[in-house]
Design a protein around this ligand. Sequence first.
Ligand SMILES: *[C@@H]1O[C@H](CO)[C@@H](O)[C@H](O)[C@H]1NC(C)=O
Ligand SMILES: *[C@@H]1O[C@H](CO)[C@@H](O)[C@H](O)[C@H]1NC(C)=O
Length: 372
Amino acid sequence: MLSLLRPLLAVCVYLLLPGGQSWIPWYSNGFHYQDISNSNGNGNGEIYFNGIRLHVESPQPSVSATRGSSVTLPCHYHYEPELTTPRRTRVKWSWVPANPILPPASPEAFTRETEVMVAMGNRHRSYGSFRGRVRLRRSAPGDMSLVINELQLNDTGRYRCEVIDGLEDESVTVELELQGVVFPYYSQKGRYHFNFFAAQQACQDQDATLATFEQLFTAWEEGLDWCNAGWLVDGTVQYPITVPRHSCGGMNLAPGLRSYGQRHRLFHHYDAFCFSAAIKGTVYYLKHPTGLNFTEAVQACAHDGSQIAKVGQLYAAWGLMGLDRCDGGWLADRSVRYPITRARANCGPPEPGVRSFGFPPPYLKFGVYCYR
Ligand SMILES: *[C@@H]1O[C@H](CO)[C@@H](O)[C@H](O)[C@H]1NC(C)=O
Ligand SMILES: *[C@@H]1O[C@H](CO)[C@@H](O)[C@H](O)[C@H]1NC(C)=O
């Protein structure tokens, strides 16, 4: 009895949903009505009456990849018990981006699920920034794994694989993460100068994005301790503390992420936590016998067939490729920094890190970090 009711309930639920949601057209093409009218035991509809179930599974709830590479988000379906005749199934991949593009003051943009790809039989269609970059793997019957090429920083998020067979609709989600490095970033104009949008732009200018909570949490687990609050991509403001101390939220709190919660994106000002992922090229130090001022540093990289490196590129080279150099060098934002992976005497604190001289006057002479 229950199995007889399920299709009807499903139809009612679909009709009750408000319009304007991206996945509604999926159900409004008559596909499922056809199912009901055909439920005479020789095709569609049989699935309910015989107690056959659609199962959708992913062996990996989360997948980690590098920027620029191809990644496969696994998703398979099968029927139980197994079917003797093939059925028409549709597949839809959608996602909730970790880094949404936000119209000002619209928190709901954070949770909106948008389409990545829909497929039926051999026909498929991809959407938005995924157009031409995604396909279904189809390495075996029921394999609906999504292959994404040329991964970008902003492809991270929660992906949903939804398999639709007439009235039956099962889905599974897969988290896509990028391997990378979180770094605190503040303005040339000083501390606590960024509203949310300026922070977003500042990270982008340094070949990075605002970090997600998960990225900052992982960085904290790996030892990041930073006593200045910064924006995260979800509009909250937080800072990571591994060694509690008076000047950083007090001694009474356990180590962890200290959160100020959601702040006003336009009117409140903080630093930023940026996230940088693997780079295609290399970052190297360009030495000069007498040192270079900032203008000369930019030109020196250009003469060397490269570009002055961005802060995100230096962090990626340090964190993912082990760049180690005990010489301060200019970077594109006019800061001077150097990357240390093997801490040693006369190269700053006893732990690895990217050391910063802040933003010195541009006439001072240093080497330069270039990116090619
Ligand atoms: C993601 O990043 C790429 C490259 O930086 C950019 O071209 C694209 O517009 C971004 N897409 C979204 C949805 O933010
Ligand atoms: C850097 O030095 C050049 C001369 O080599 C000079 O023309 C330029 O103004 C200097 N730039 C800065 C920012 O001091």
